[in-house]
Design a binder for this molecule. Structure first.
Ligand code: GLU
Length: 451
């Protein structure tokens, strides 16, 4: 039974609700955009492991326009580092329209890389001359999309002939020392960047790579580093939707970027890349149906970032009593899931209660196994708190064993665990279903250990 139609049907259903909305108009910012077909409507969703759900006209091409901005910003960050990029472009929401000739009064830098001033500056930060920059950008976009992309020369030429505003911005940037390169060629490269053709399917894959922390969902290739992705998505969240950024984040809650050709793409960390496409724009310069369909989808699938399950839901802690083959009592604390700060804090409380019980036992009977064999991951603060907790308990107990077959704690120095013993042997993992800790626990003992 193929169950894909269940999710596919949800997407189609969500689209149907916006299908008859013909509000808005084609962008008049670029003459050639007035010529495009206003009817295509698409919704594409890509999971972080590369499954795609595409509805409507998901394979119709359109120029990427401003949706190129977050990806070129990421390329600049990757190429010259975040400190140097921040010397040229700030990360503050402007509330302005995309093409505003504005700089932050305090810093003399563009507000953020999502409005044109910041995007043109970010383009100029990509190393190389105009041709090399465009090559880098086209290459990155193609790798993200998972196929070779090309440029729409007709829309490029049309925008190039009507580039006064962007040229004005570039000259302002050079006059203020934000860019060094020739304004004409920077704008030429920037317009080429905006003319790259994509489909909703492509863009949802590109965003899914962001959602996946920079690892391509299909090829598994590391295309962007996690720190760059975090910075890029932060700016999408605060500034990606121009002057409707506040409305977008409160109602839809997905870091996103729109473009004047009618695309909107969103990246939901650890979950999905989502793209909608419909060329008619509202007064704010974003796709009318795109906004609508994102809103419906966010509602329907509970996608709002702030609706995310609390991190404590990622962890299950089982505390059990058991005994080894010699009939000696052990306590077993098994941790399933992921240990981040909130989970680690709960483990500490659990271990406190448990070690209180120890004081009722004779110290030689106080034995503890902390079983991490079903723990998926642990972050640095989780590691640090857990090590400190077992170190303290080990001072009071007869034996404390941490079972860590995956080596989640490897990055910590052995000394951090004090008297607690770290074991990695998979074959000694206690049987979880059993309340009694059988033979395997006994085998945890290092050779020659005296009890
Ligand atoms: N190429 C367009 C410009 O720079 C992109 C604007 C947009 O998509 O918001 O004016």
């Amino acid at each position: 039974v193929s169950l894909k139609p269940i999710v596919q049907g949800m997407l189609e259903h969500v689209m149907e609700r916006s299908d008859n909305n013909d509000d808005g108009a084609l962008s008049d910012a670029i003459p050639a955009l007035q010529e495009v077909d206003p009817r295509p409507f698409a919704l594409a969703v890509t999971t972080i492991d590369g499954e795609q759900y595409c509805a409507g006209d998901s394979d119709v091409s359109f120029t990427i326009q401003s949706i190129s901005k977050p990806f070129v910003y990421a390329l600049a960050l990757e190429s010259i580092g975040s400190a140097e990029v921040l010397n040229h472009v700030d990360v503050e929401p402007s509330g302005d329209a995309f093409s505003e000739l504005s700089l932050m009064p305090e810093t003399g830098r563009p507000f953020n890389p999502m409005i044109n001033a910041g995007a043109i500056a970010a383009h100029a930060l990509v190393p190389g001359d105009t041709e090399e920059r465009v090559d880098h950008i086209l290459d990155l976009f193609s790798r993200l999309a998972g196929r070779r992309l090309t440029m729409n020369s007709q829309i490029y030429r049309s925008e190039r002939e009507h580039a006064d505003r962007n040229l004005g911005i570039a000259h302002m940037l050079r006059a203020r020392g934000v860019i060094e390169s020739d304004p004409e060629s920077v704008v030429d490269g920037y317009i080429q960047q905006c003319s790259i053709e994509v489909t909703a399917r492509d863009l949802s894959m590109m965003s899914a790579t962001l959602a996946n922390g920079g690892l391509h969902p299909v090829s598994g290739e590391r295309i962007l580093s996690p720190a760059v992705v975090r910075q890029t998505m932060s700016v999408m969240l605060s500034c990606g939707m121009y002057d409707i950024a506040g409305d977008w984040i409160t109602r839809i809650g997905v870091p996103a970027k729109s473009g004047i050709s009618g695309g909107v793409t969103g990246a939901l960390p650890g979950q999905l890349g989502i793209t909608a496409f419909s060329p008619r724009l509202g007064p704010n310069g974003s796709s009318v149906r795109g906004f609508r369909v994102f809103y419906e989808l966010s509602q329907e699938l509970s996608l709002h970032l702030l609706d995310a399950a609390p991190a404590t839901d990622d962890i299950v802690i089982h505390s059990r009593e058991g005994q080894d083959a010699n009939g000696k009592p052990w306590r077993v604390l098994q941790v399933l899931g992921a240990i981040t700060f909130p989970g680690a804090e709960r483990i500490l409380r659990e271990l406190s209660d448990l070690s209180d019980e120890f004081t009722e036992l004779s110290p030689e009977n106080a034995r503890l196994v902390v079983d991490l064999s079903s723990t998926l991951r642990i972050n640095p603060i989780g590691r640090q708190l857990l090590a400190e907790a077992v170190r303290r308990i080990a001072e009071q107990a007869s034996r404390v064993i941490i079972l860590d077959p995956a080596g989640l704690l490897d990055r910590l120095d052995k000394a951090a665990f004090g008297r607690a013993e770290l074991h990695r042997r998979r074959d000694t993992v206690p049987k979880h279903k059993a309340v009694t800790v059988h033979e395997p626990t006994l085998e945890l003992r290092p050779e020659g250990h005296e009890e």
